[in-house]
Structures are given as structure tokens and as C-alpha cells.
Design a protein around this ligand. Sequence first.
Ligand code: OAD
Length: 231
Amino acid sequence: MAKIVILTGAGISAESGLKTFRDDGGLWEGHRVEDVATPEAFGRNASLVHQFYNQRRRDLAEVAPNAAHRALGALMASSLHEVTIVTQNVDDLHERGGCPSVWHMHGQLLKKRCEWCGAVSDCSEDLSQDDRCSECEQTGGMRPDIVWFGEMPYFLEKIDGVLSDCDLFVAIGTSGAVYPAGNFVNLARLSGARTLELNLVRTDNSGNFDEVREGPASVKVGEWVEEILAD
Ligand code: OAD
């Protein structure tokens, strides 16, 4: 039984119809990052930030997991290996694709958090400044439970733990442009793990991997999972 850590990014959800961040037509187009994905933006113009994430939540309801999500679901279900999935994605397509446990290091679109008391709860509806927290009953503090620039990603200690003790690290559909996730490949290599990148094209991070496979996630992930399950 091998210990496998998988890091996914926006590219794994691209074929489901969700935009990536840095490709042509990417999500940030028309929106400067600092206008929608920072605590300062929320302080300055909460209604624009809510509008941006409300639209993303609505988009999420219209899409379905693709073959790559399902292949990872099958890998987990096989229980042949000890698999940890860490995702930078805020969508729920891994869960819907059959992965019961996923570490969402950048938070989740379908969760909301109260800025005042920190209470986190499910969120399938639009958010606004008028929403009242069901715990502390204050208004104006409800926000998507998403890690914005300048905030600390979730699960970092646990992620460090699995990276320091894994046999194989696989990055799928991520540019590696955002830290700390972009550095996970180097941490895994330090611990002696083999490293594999699956991406549509080579990335600025490709040189740090032992092996790079280019092609759409819907094809490449399935091929790789078949190999692993046949091992
Ligand atoms: P990026 O938009 O930076 O990168 C997407 C990657 O997916 C690129 O390397 C593409 O080549 C690849 N890609 C696109 N379509 C693909 C396909 N069909 N199959 C395989 N690969 C494909 O997205 P992330 O790396 O996820 O953070 O971005 C990381 C973080 O930057 C995000 O979580 C977000 C953003 O700022 C926060 O919001 C905190």
C-alpha cells in the first residue's frame, strides 16, 4: 500500500465548465483580484464580493463532476492505497465525484463563515450584507468560507504531515503559481517521494517534477488511476 498525496487545482474542473484562474478567459478577467478576493475588498465593497461569489455558487449548481473527479473517486473507493486529496478548488466536484474526504485548503463555496464569531455553516443560497449569523445574531459579517489573498490556507499542518511521509505526490491541473501549494512538490521530493504532474500543458513548475504528462485531466487522470490500480 503506497501513501499518495494528490494536489488538485482549477484545471481538474475546467472540463466540467468551471473557469480556471490564469488561462485565457480565466475567472479573474474583468475582476482585479484585489477587488474580489481579499479581506480589504470585503471591507471596501462587500456587495461586489458577494455578487462575485454568488455567481460562482450559481455556476456550481449547473455543472457536474467529470471523468477526472470520478477516477479519483474510484481510486479512493478501492482502498488499495492510502490516498490524501488536497484541493485548491472551492467547488464540491470531488465530493460529487465520489471522494468522501477532501482537504479544501482554500475553503469552500458551499460554506459560509461569520466574520464576527467565526461560526461556519452550509451555504447553498446567495449571501448578502443583510444576512444575520444564526450563532451570534449579528449582521454584516457573513462571508463565503473562502481563503482570500493575505489569509492563511486551511489544513497546512496536516498537509505538511502527509507530504513529509508520502511515496508519491501528484499535482493535477494546477499552475503552481500560488504558494504555499506551488511548493508542495519540493516538500514531497525532500521526503523522498516520486513526483508526477498531470496538466494540459507544461507549467512553470514542471521542472520540479520527476515526470510530467501533458493532456486533459479527463483523460490523463483516468489513465494514471488505471495504472495505479493495476500495480
Ligand atoms: P490556475 O488557473 O492558476 O491554473 C490552472 C491550471 O490548469 C493551468 O496550469 C492549466 O494548464 C491547467 N488546465 C486547464 N485546463 C486543463 C485540463 N482540461 N486538464 C488539465 N489541466 C488543465 O489555477 P490553480 O493552480 O488552481 O486561490 O490556482 C491556484 C489558486 O490561485 C486558486 O486556488 C485560487 C487562485 O488565486 C484562491 O482563490 C485563494
